[in-house]
Design a protein. Structure first.
Length: 255
């Protein structure tokens, strides 16, 4: 069994693979104050409850955009699973050729998403990750990676309204039936969701226009991405577990 862990700014997503089959996933809140014993306890307990498994863990791979949690999390995997995890970073075999000014600036999550999209879907790609921030990255058919656009995530956009405008409440992120709204909450939902659909459509069109590449497929992922993907025919594939599949692919390339 392979344990894959993606550390994002909001959540830590954990998956368990049996060969290439994803058995299941669960999430933890990203907390920078957890000790290795706390992470070990959470991982062991949730895996026992979620998977009810007795098979030992043979390997582990971690990607992270939150450096401050890595010492405790890595120590937890070593102490509680007796495995030294592979960490996504420089020196790892990816099959992706990074063509940006400073590759060290590139987040591990973007690399893993690009690897998965390139391996699974092939061709020229725009990879969109709807996370805390929403990122749009261009990957060529030969695996050349060109980072594209970073915009505030959907939840950040909604939070900014309630945080900066005293009379506006926190809202549930869902698409109202019509953009012409009857009350404040629906008006906010319409502005955030319909506005995001419009900006996403425009960004995709501009990347395609400026790239000069033909037959570009668009692959989207991220927890909130399905709301947008369902409304945009420009998005060819929505793959909620893309980054976990990418971690499994990277582990197979580097074990």
């Amino acid at each position: 069994m392979l344990l894959v862990i993606d550390v994002g700014n909001t959540n830590i997503t954990v998956g368990l693979f049996d060969s290439e089959a994803l058995c299941g996933t669960f999430r933890l809140t990203t907390k920078q104050t957890c000790t290795s014993d706390e992470y070990g306890f959470y991982l062991k307990t949730l895996m026992r409850e979620k998977f009810d498994f007795l098979t030992p863990i043979d390997g582990c791979i971690i990607s992270s955009v939150v450096p401050n949690v890595m010492h405790s999390l890595t120590s937890a995997v070593i102490k509680y699973f007796n495995i030294r995890p592979i960490i996504v970073g420089p020196g790892l075999k990816t099959g992706i050729h990074i063509k940006i000014d400073n590759p060290k600036e590139l987040g591990a999550d973007k690399i893993v998403d690009a690897v998965a999209a390139h391996e699974i879907y092939g061709g020229n790609l725009i990879v969109i990750d709807f996370g805390t921030a929403t990122t749009y990255d261009l990957v060529g058919e030969d695996g050349t990676f060109h980072t594209g656009v970073i915009q505030p995530g959907i939840a950040i956009s909604a939070h900014a309204l309630s945080e900066k405008a005293a009379k506006l409440p926190n809202i549930e992120l869902r698409k109202p039936k019509t953009i012409i709204s009857r009350h404040t909450v629906e008006a906010m939902q319409a502005g955030v969701i319909y506005g995001y659909i419009g900006s996403c459509k425009y960004i995709i069109e501009k990347i395609k226009e400026e790239s000069g590449l033909d037959d570009i497929k668009v692959v989207a992922t991220g927890g909130l991405g399905k709301i947008i993907a369902d409304e945009l025919p420009e998005i060819n594939y929505y793959d909620e577990t893309l980054i976990l599949k990418g971690l499994q692919i990277l582990y197979a390339k580097n074990k």
